[in-house]
Design a protein around this ligand. Structure first.
Ligand code: NAD
Length: 509
């Protein structure tokens, strides 16, 4: 393990991988990667640009047009994905720690992320390996054999965010490879490290040169070039609404396929009947905390909007705020820490701005709302912010309508089921939401009416690789995971064979 880390260290800023070579940026530019727990640089990567992007796309194009990968038998492709899963398990500690330092999450969260990445590789390996090679269609004639087959889309560009760097990358890379594509990935410029490490594992697993390429660098140069590039066939983007809109616009000029996984403003609806027993109350409060504050709320599906029945509001919010005050903030690598810092100074400033605007608009601060006192576990220079509960919120407030992406929970109330559903659907997003109730009929009714891509009943946050993930409304276009997550990376081709060709005599000739 130590040797592997040294190899990466020795490679230093040669973090662009194109056509099987590790390269520095053609301009020579580099970027320091900061540890969000103390804002100190701990490594350096290449700061690629459009020229580096063109080089990587050309390598992916060559590997697709003339290489063996698109034609490699499905069983071999699946076997390679399984080898990658095995290597991820082997390097779990190293990668989990890297994710923790890069993104600020706790090491345990980092480890769980790596487990989920390995699951994604296994899932897509099993999915393709178990499939029929095509679908025979009844053409209505014994003289015709008609079959629909799936082919890879081609060169896929992937642009990923900083909150779950390797997990979001794996939801794209695993299905793209399973389907036989080649790719160029651009990780977030602030958290590229585990994605760089994954390229090493793909090479070690035996992926041919040019199939997997990475360009580290900013969105407005590398990302924008990928989205507009004429030799890219598909762009899959995970990130915010503003950048996602730009990607879709840039991609439109060359009519490439586009998949967008964008933000969310996710409701957590709690009915009073869920809190009737002590156990029910404890579970609903515990999960509301988890929904809002895990990874400091920097989760696309964070339950940042608590919508609670008026009759239990005071008891529920008081207990929630009491427990939120006790969340142990600190460097993700320290024992006993439950929540790390925000990922960047910019992300904390954005959070502070949302809280200030909510208070100016009349919200009541129940806890948090400030930076914590510094301690040995949380240096003053780190980007820490206390879990914050804002009571008496309403939909006119920016903090209720817009994605904060920080540890901020807003509280709204309702009196009837219709009102609860209307509030939960009152968002331009539609990524995920939850309903808490002891009434099975109500649970199904409300779940059926929620306009969100994932609905949890008496739970929050779990996902399954075999179930589609994605959003209604402005939460995105397309789906990741599940069979639809594989279909994104495929073209369907109808092959119609006339077994007994004859003239049609349409023209008298
Ligand atoms: P972001 O939009 O700022 O950046 C995402 C990626 O896009 C980065 O790699 C960035 O460099 C790149 N980028 C920025 N501008 C670009 C441009 N003009 N052209 C091409 N690429 C560009 O998002 P972020 O702050 O890194 O991540 C947080 C966002 O991601 C949140 O909105 C969150 O909800 C969303 N997210 C969604 C999901 C999901 O599954 N729906 C999962 C994780 C994160």
């Amino acid at each position: 393990m130590a040797n592997r880390t040294e190899t990466r260290t020795e490679r230093a800023h040669r973090t662009i991988h194109a056509g099987g070579e590790w390269l520095a940026a053609s301009s020579g530019a580099t970027r320091e990667i900061l540890d969000p727990a103390d804002a100190l640089p701990f490594t350096v990567v290449a700061e690629g640009d459009e020229k580096d992007t063109d080089l990587a796309v050309a390598a992916a194009r060559r590997a697709f047009d003339t290489g063996e990968w698109p034609h490699t038998p499905v069983a071999e492709r699946a076997a390679l994905l399984r080898r990658v899963a095995g290597l991820l398990v082997r390097d779990r500690e190293e990668l989990g720690l890297l994710e923790s330092r890069d993104a600020g999450k706790t090491v345990e969260e980092g480890r769980v992320d790596i487990d989920c990445v390995a699951d994604a590789f296994r899932y897509f390996a099993d999915l393709v390996a178990g499939e029929a090679p095509g679908r025979v269609v009844d053409a209505g004639s014994a003289d015709v054999h008609s079959v629909v087959v799936h082919e890879p889309v081609g060169v896929c560009a992937m642009i990923t965010p900083w909150n779950y760097p390797l997990l979001q990358a794996s939801w794209k890379i695993a299905p793209a490879l399973a389907a036989g594509n080649t790719f160029v990935i651009k990780p977030s410029e602030i958290t590229p490290l585990t994605t760089i490490a994954l390229i090493d594992l793909l090479v070690e697993a035996g992926l041919p040169a040019g199939v997997a390429n990475i360009v580290t660098g900013p969105g407005h140069t590398v990302g924008a070039r990928l989205a507009e590039h004429p030799d890219v066939d598909l762009v899959s983007f995970t990130g915010g609404l503003t950048s996602g809109t730009k990607v879709a616009q840039a991609a439109a000029a060359t009519v490439k396929k586009v998949a967008l996984e964008l933000g969310g403003k996710n409701p957590n609806v709690v009915f009073a009947d869920a809190c009737e027993t002590e156990e029910g109350f404890d579970t609903a409060v515990d999960q509301a905390l988890n929904a809002a504050f895990i990874h400091s709320g920097q989760v696309c599906s964070a339950g940042g909007r608590l919508i609670v029945e008026e009759s239990v509001r005071e008891r529920f919010v008081a207990e929630l705020a009491r427990r939120a005050r006790k969340i142990r903030l600190g460097r993700g690598t320290e024992d006993g820490v439950e929540c790390g810092p925000l990922v960047s100074a910019q992300q904390r400033a954005k959070t502070e701005d949302y809280v200030a605007s909510a208070l100016a608009e009349g919200a009541e601060l129940r806890c948090g709302g400030k930076r914590p006192e510094p301690s040995p576990q949380r240096p003053e220079s780190g980007y820490f912010y206390e879990p914050t509960v804002l009571d008496h919120c309403h939909r006119e407030m920016r903090v209720v309508r817009e994605e904060v992406f920080g540890p901020v929970l807003t509280v709204e109330t309702f009196r009837t089921e219709d009102e609860a559903v209307a509030l939960a659907n009152d968002t331009e997003y539609g990524l995920a939401g939850a309903v808490w109730t002891a009434d099975a009929g109500r649970a199904r009714r409300v779940a059926g009416r929620l306009r969100h891509g994932t609905v949890w009943i008496n739970d929050f946050h779990p996902y399954l690789p075999q179930a589609e993930w994605g959003g209604f409304g402005k939460s995105g276009v397309g789906r990741e995971l599940g069979p639809a997550g594989l279909a994104e990376y495929r073209e369907s081709k109808h092959v119609y064979q006339n077994l007994a060709p004859k003239p049609v005599r349409w023209f008298a000739g």
